[in-house]
Design a protein around this ligand. Structure first.
Ligand code: PEP
Ligand code: MN
Length: 336
């Protein structure tokens, strides 16, 4: 960290800052400029920087190192590649996860999976535990839903990603699914994240509705510090002042994450936009921006969907998008 002293700071104030940072194990490197004195603090432990910021004569603090380590590119320069039984995530080949918002019935999952598998889709999405804004809305089929999804996926050799909302659901999800999804609303449920650090299945970590990229990477760090290094980040739109779309897709998060972290990142244009007519353009943009893949809501009968029908693509629409993505993948050095 760099501590920039005020232009009016005197020698005693500089000495007080040096002694405060040395107490925390830092070594101080003082550099006297014409106007400001800057103190470089090297080494040391994690501290609350505000303690130093409050000292007399301090103008501001500039943090140099991040609080996340395991998730950072500095710690691991090469990309993390996650291995599933039928595919990899974070490799040259893009990953497309598709399926309904919620698992609703056997016929729905059978028809959807049959269609998706013919297009070469390897990962089926579908929620059995749904985080709904209203307690009166459909909450998901629970274990029964997981059974239905597993049966459909197994028939076509597909993997499943599904949301875990609570620590108590972890054993059930580990039994049935290949990737456990942490929803936007749970990104900072630290107890859940800690427990997911102890499982041996990948975790798809969605970005919180109002979370910064740093907070998101700190949440990944919670999982990774428990021993589970298989984290996939998912940009799903953030809440802004704009009301034309359900959320605002932060496409810049993709190249930012690519620089800061070695973890794979996918985008969710369905929850980001909330409308099916926006899903294809946003999907194309995310792949062009360097995402490792997408998670897209697709329904065999969106008008009858129990959840998020308006943002779910018709099967044929998904097929058309998939063929467009192949062209974009090639243009950015990826395959699909
Ligand atoms: C979902 O993917 O089903 C979901 C609820 O998404 P999010 O957590 O991003 O809102
Ligand atoms: Mn949904």
């Amino acid at each position: 960290m760099l501590i920039v002293m005020k232009s009016t700071a005197n020698e005693e104030q500089v000495a007080a800052v040096v002694s405060a940072i040395e107490k925390h194990g830092f070594t101080a490197h003082i550099s006297k400029g014409d106007i400001h004195t800057v103190i470089g603090a090297v080494g040391g432990k994690i501290i609350d920087f505000r303690e130093i910021e409050l000292l007399d004569g301090v103008e501001k603090i500039i943090k140099i190192t991040s609080n996340y380590k395991l998730a950072s590119r500095t710690f691991q320069p090469e990309d993390t590649i996650i291995k599933l039984k039928n595919s990899t995530i974070g490799d040259k080949e893009l990953t497309i996860m598709a399926g309904p918002c919620s698992i609703e019935s056997e016929s729905q999952m059978e028809e959807t999976t049959d269609y998706l598998s013919k297009l070469g889709i390897k990962i089926l999405r579908g929620g059995a535990f749904k985080p709904r804004t209203s307690p009166y809305a459909f909450q998901g089929l629970g274990e029964n839903g997981l059974k239905i999804a597993r049966k459909a996926a197994d028939k076509y050799g597909m993997c499943i990603t599904s949301e875990v909302m609570d620590i108590s659901q972890i054993p059930l999800l580990v039994d049935y699914v290949d990737i456990l999804q942490v929803g936007a609303r749970n990104m900072q449920n630290f107890n859940l994240l800690k427990e997911l650090g102890h499982i041996n299945k990948p975790v798809l970590l969605k970005r919180g509705l109002c979370s910064t990229i740093e907070e998101w990477l700190m949440s990944a760090e919670y999982i990774m510090s428990g021993g589970n290094r298989n984290v996939i980040l998912c940009e799903r739109g953030i809440r802004t002042f704009e009301t034309s779309t359900r959320n605002t897709l932060d496409i810049s998060a993709i190249p930012v994450i690519k620089k800061l972290s070695h973890l794979p990142i996918v985008a969710d244009p369905s929850h980001a936009s909330g409308f099916r007519d926006k899903v294809a353009p946003l999907s194309r943009a995310c792949i062009a921006a360097g995402a490792d893949g997408l998670i897209i809501e697709v329904h065999n009968n969106p008008e009858k969907a129990l959840c998020d029908g308006a943002q779910s693509l018709y099967l044929e629409q998904f097929e058309e998008l998939h063929s467009q993505l192949k062209v974009i993948a090639k243009a950015v050095g990826r395959t699909l």
